[in-house]
Write a protein that binds this ligand. Structure first.
Ligand SMILES: Cc1cc2nc3c(=O)[nH]c(=O)nc-3n(C[C@H](O)[C@H](O)[C@H](O)COP(=O)(O)O)c2cc1C
Length: 176
């Protein structure tokens, strides 16, 4: 077995399905793909996301005290890649800039991406600085999914985006 250094440990978890974390505050909309997320409680429903505190979206989410998480399928690989390579500090609406239209959340003032396969509206419940990341914990106030989800995903209809970690690493399952 080879030793794995600390900066490579997160890559052992790949491939992972990215979500897009979006938020809005003070007339700005920002968003970024994230893979360091988890469902951490069912009742109440809580999700946690580890964010680089230097990312514009993380700073905006802390100011807004809310964010959405959207799961986009493999057809949106280009837009998701663009969200990862540009900074929300440079544009008024980073989602529109990446070609993703959005609507207001049903419960919270968060941008929800149109055409997403799943959407979660999260009220910021807590946040901690942990090591070099900030852990955002959100209470899910509304969640919805496309017809591709009943109690489980139907993979005939839902073709998840997968992140392999390579630079051009946004892909889908083979055969999609
Ligand atoms: C697939 C993918 C997953 C990512 N996951 C995370 C993550 O979990 N946490 C994080 O802080 N950054 C993550 N990033 C990096 C941010 O998306 C990236 O730094 C982004 O440009 C930040 O934009 P902002 O400064 O406008 O917020 C990921 C990037 C990619 C491509």
């Amino acid at each position: 077995m080879l030793k794995v250094g600390p900066l490579l440990i997160h890559r052992l978890f790949y491939p992972q399905v990215p979500a897009v974390l979006s938020t809005q505050h003070g007339g700005k909309v920002s968003a970024m793909p994230v893979v360091s997320y988890a469902s951490v409680s069912d009742l109440p429903p809580l999700v946690a996301v580890a964010c680089n505190p230097r990312s514009f979206t993380c700073k905006l989410a802390l100011k807004a005290s809310s964010f959405s998480l959207c799961i986009l399928d493999g057809h949106h690989a280009g837009a998701v890649a663009k969200l990862a390579t540009t900074s929300g500090s440079k544009v008024k609406d980073k989602l529109l800039d990446a070609g993703l239209s959005h609507r207001p959340g049903s419960k919270l003032k968060v941008p929800v991406i149109r055409g997403a396969d799943a959407t979660l509206e999260c009220r910021l419940k807590d946040h901690w600085k942990l090591g070099d990341h900030t852990l955002l914990v959100g209470q899910v106030e509304a969640a919805s999914a496309s017809g591709a989800f009943k109690e489980f995903w139907d993979y005939e209809k839902y073709h998840p985006l997968l992140y392999t970690g390579w630079r051009e690493g946004l892909t889908t399952l083979p055969g999609v």
